[in-house]
Write a protein that binds this ligand. Structure first.
Ligand SMILES: [Zn+2]
Length: 396
């Protein structure tokens, strides 16, 4: 079983998805004018890829011959494909979220099972026992929030926003700018409810167009105004004052750590993540927010803006973005007319970003056009690629 095969992937039609971006970037049509939010490449039960020729589920193929598909190391460590590769095309902001650490996810999953909360219930936090580190690689300008701003920025932005309702909490943070106080401040904001929330939001929004003195404040407040149009009463309107606002340019990437609040706001990118669905929401959502559980799973350490991007390591035709987890790896491969060769490190997925690229093993070859993908089983051993274009390589 060393055959490589093209994948038939699920395109998720979430309401925030762009109707045009995927169709314009790739040779993928959108005849029904659907929201094309995410292309999923992997073996996740909520959108499992199929072998293109016979529509066999990748998850079933892996289950039947795990070591041939994944290799011994990955099979022993994970027992399944440990990553999910996506194209994500956001026309509107996604919810602000935090992903739990692995040990907490395992404990939380077990606790909710014990408590008899169905996995599909609205108040269920942990859908599986896994963590969900992520890396995003921008294909277009890609706007996101990631991690707490440094203390001085948070303080300055709230001062410029002038929100009397949070005066006491802000004074405490200013007097003692450290993690425990940021936690208290964030908790106070997230716990605002009913009239108190309405008042605080009204204070934030009052004259917001003219309130920002610094460039940073102008950017943050412009984001608040954008969010307000979508989510007029959402506590997430405060998020741009607390979280780094970053726009990746095409070809840039960043890692999203566990226990770090983040949100994707606009743009199209590749996303690779551990095979998990564990999300604790923190705003910009009509869905359930479990504030105590969120606080328990959040690390209140600022991430300085200039450390957010992941520095690429370029080795000839291969650009990799090192990540601090074992669940996944991602390379961008530049293919030319001169065939290049790689050894499989696990079960691998290659997604064609641009051009036409031929992928070959000993026995067979597959031509990928942009938007197409192929699964290379571990047992293929060595594979070659050639033809002008770019591939995203996912493996672990
Ligand atoms: Zn996330």
């Amino acid at each position: 079983m060393t055959h490589l095969f093209k994948l038939d992937n699920v395109i998720q039609d979430y309401i925030w998805g762009s109707k045009t971006s995927i169709a314009s970037l790739f040779e993928i049509e959108n005849t029904e004018n659907a929201h094309q939010a995410e292309i999923w490449m992997g073996a996740h039960p909520n959108g499992c890829s199929k072998r293109d020729n016979d529509k066999a589920l990748l998850s079933e193929l892996i289950k039947a011959q795990p070591e041939a598909f994944l290799g011994q190391r990955t099979t022993e460590q994970y027992g399944e494909l440990p990553y999910l590769l996506k194209v994500l095309a956001a026309a509107k902001p996604l919810s602000i979220q935090v992903h739990p650490e692995k040990s907490r996810a395992a404990a939380g999953f077990e606790n909710e099972n014990q408590a008899g909360i169905p996995v599909t219930a609205g108040n269920r936090n942990y859908k599986d026992p896994n963590h969900k580190p992520e890396l995003v690689y921008a294909l277009t300008p890609y706007l996101a929030m990631n991690g707490f701003r440094v203390f001085e920025e948070i303080i300055s932005l709230f001062e410029q926003a002038s929100v009397p309702s949070l005066e006491t909490e802000l004074a405490a943070l200013k007097a003692n700018p450290e993690s425990s106080q940021l936690k208290a401040f964030f908790e106070a904001v997230m716990s605002l409810e009913g009239e108190a929330r309405d008042t605080a939001l009204a204070e934030l929004l009052e004259n917001i167009d003219s309130k920002g003195q610094t460039e940073l404040a102008k950017q943050a407040f412009a984001m608040v105004v954008e969010f307000h149009a979508e989510y007029p009463t959402d506590i997430g309107l405060f998020a741009p004052l607390m979280l780094n606002l970053i726009e990746l340019q095409p070809g840039e990437a960043m890692f999203l750590f566990a226990e770090t609040p983040h949100a994707y706001l606009r743009g199209t990118g590749m996303e690779i993540m551990a095979n998990s669905d564990n999300v604790l929401r923190a705003g910009l959502t009509p869905k359930f927010i479990d504030v105590p559980e969120l606080i328990d799973n959040t690390k209140f350490e600022p991430i300085p803006f200039d450390t957010l991007k992941t520095a690429p390591v370029v080795e000839g035709y291969r650009t990799c973005f090192p990540v601090p987890v074992e669940d996944f790896k991602i390379d961008i491969l530049t293919s030319t007319d001169q065939a290049a060769s790689l050894n499989t490190e696990s079960g691998e997925i290659l997604f064609c970003l641009t051009g036409n690229v031929t992928v070959k093993t000993g026995q067979e070859s597959v031509v990928l056009k942009s938007g197409e993908s192929v699964f290379v089983p571990f047992a293929a051993g060595e594979y070659q690629f050639e033809g002008e274009g770019q591939l995203v390589r996912a493996y672990n």
